[in-house]
Design a protein around this ligand. Structure first.
Ligand code: CA2
Length: 158
């Protein structure tokens, strides 16, 4: 039987608070809700999701480096605040050479100027920012579309 493509879905610092704090910015959906939905989507799309959240930069990097023992086919990452600070996270993503999609729940360009720069965006396959938590689902569809080399007409939906 053919092995399923493995997609690592990473959430960075403070995203464990989704749905619990600051719902006026980040909404009412919890991280668990997002992972449950993405689990269903991944099943329908025929990929294996691997979920990971950490508040520690080094842990996020270690998770990405697990690629060298058990390769990922693609990565979806909401790097949280590390988006705007982390050369190390950028280096880790570049070292594994796996296509990644950067997701932001909020539109980072409609917020404070310090959020307008991302250390990852120029190396991402795509960036989705401002679509709320729907962005994670759109990223998974887009990544699977890319990994399966589907044409515009043959878009696979969950
Ligand atoms: O919009 C996004 O997804 C962000 O990546 C979220 C980060 C922020 O630093 C980025 O600029 C944009 C912050 C994540 C904090 O998440 C919280 C969730 C609930 C309550 C408090 C924080």
């Amino acid at each position: 039987m053919k092995e399923l493509k493995r997609v690592l879905i990473i959430n960075g610092p403070n995203l464990n608070l989704l749905g619990i704090r600051e719902p006026h910015i980040y909404g009412h959906t919890t991280l668990k809700d997002i992972e449950n939905q993405l689990n269903q989507d991944a099943k329908r799309l025929g990929v294996e999701p691997i979920f990971y959240q950490s508040n520690q930069e080094g842990n996020l990097i270690d998770k990405i480096q697990e690629h060298f023992n058990n390769p990922y086919d693609g990565i979806i990452i909401n790097p949280g605040g590390f988006t705007h600070t982390s050369v190390a996270l950028r280096d880790a993503l570049l070292s594994v050479n796996v296509p990644f999609i950067e997701v932001h729940i909020s539109n980072i360009y409609a917020r404070e100027p310090f959020r307008h720069h991302s250390y990852l965006s120029d190396k991402a396959l795509a960036v989705i920012s401002g679509m709320g938590v729907l962005g994670y689902r759109l990223a998974l569809i887009g990544l699977v579309h890319h990994l399966n080399k589907l044409s515009f007409k043959d878009l696979q939906l969950p």
